[in-house]
Design a protein. Structure first.
Length: 308
């Protein structure tokens, strides 16, 4: 069944375009999706179809009708994954490049969740059938360590540690350019880009959600810098966006401005190499590291050999 929501135009919103009003009230919808909904009569103004650029008036009613997403059936798949550690409470996975973490509409197989359902005996149910066991996520082309919860109690405790910064997630990235400072803190407002709904962007502090990233330069190559990042918050694309904000995009990151053909990478050179947390049952400190993926290490070897 489709879901209908009514929005009443306030005095402050009067004079806006219809599509902009819907975008501000439905941030999960893209501009193109809103345009299609309006053209298909799924967005009405006082129960009438109008154009996207129609100027709205105070006390008018905007009705947005959205079809409910189809329930996905997530099936176990015998996919090869690197299980770094597991017990009956949790698992630590070394995610490869190119693997999506959880299914979504149009992409319901070949994901890490499909593999987890096959290889692990239990997974937490807090995040529903689409994201069982997933405490936090990595982008499709980001490699490295990922925490998985096997029951709901463990899931809640690990999520709490992430929220309170008791779980420490360390990343390595090769960035374009030479960082000015050896270390620093990037602290910004954060949210979906106002220009491109597929991207995230930084905003002034106090606007959107807080995003904080700490960094330390590990090695300089003149035109490139190897940097360690430690997440203090876990926003979507946070490190990638903060690197762009510093004008030092991550090598291979096509979405945020550095699709370098020099190294022929299949995605950004960003690797979650270390994770530390308290075991949800024993309360002992758990610490895991993993090596750089082969393509990332090959790029570093080439830079070292060339003395760039």
């Amino acid at each position: 069944m489709p879901m209908k929501t009514n929005y009443i135009v306030t005095h402050e919103n009067a004079g806006q375009r219809l599509d902009n009003f819907v975008l501000s009230n439905c941030p999960d919808l893209s501009r193109s999706h809103i345009k299609t909904l309006i053209e298909n009569g799924k967005i009405l103004l006082n129960e009438k179809t109008v154009k996207s650029g129609e100027k709205i008036k105070e006390n008018q009613v905007v009705t947005v009708e959205i079809d409910q997403p189809k329930e996905l059936q997530v099936l176990p798949e015998n996919l090869n994954i690197d299980i770094v550690y597991q017990d009956k409470y949790l698992a630590v996975i070394n995610k490869p490049r190119g693997m999506v973490v959880h299914p979504a509409n149009g992409n319901d197989n070949g994901t890490l969740v499909n593999a987890l359902l096959y290889h692990l005996d239990n997974l937490s149910s807090i995040n529903g059938v689409i994201r069982p066991g997933i405490v936090h996520r990595l982008d499709k082309d980001t490699t490295g360590l990922l925490l998985v919860a096997k029951n709901d109690v463990s899931h809640k405790e690990l999520a709490r540690q992430i929220e309170l910064k008791e779980c420490h997630r360390h990343y390595l990235a090769l960035c374009v350019g030479n960082f000015k400072d050896d270390q620093g803190i990037i602290k910004t407002g954060f949210g979906r880009s106002l220009k491109d709904r597929k991207k995230m962007d930084v905003f002034p502090l106090g606007t959107g959600k807080l995003a904080e990233t700490h960094y330390k330069v590990l090695q300089r190559f003149g035109q490139y810098t190897l940097v360690e990042f430690i997440l203090q918050t876990g926003r979507t694309h946070q490190i990638r966006v903060h690197c762009k904000h510093l004008n030092h995009a991550i090598v291979g990151d096509e979405l945020y401005g550095s699709a370098s053909k020099r190294f022929k990478t299949n995605g950004q050179l960003l690797h979650a190499y270390k994770i530390e947390f308290y075991h949800p049952e024993t309360k002992q400190i758990m610490s895991f590291t993993c090596d750089l993926p082969e393509d990332f290490q090959k790029v570093l070897n080439n830079l070292n050999n060339q003395g760039v």
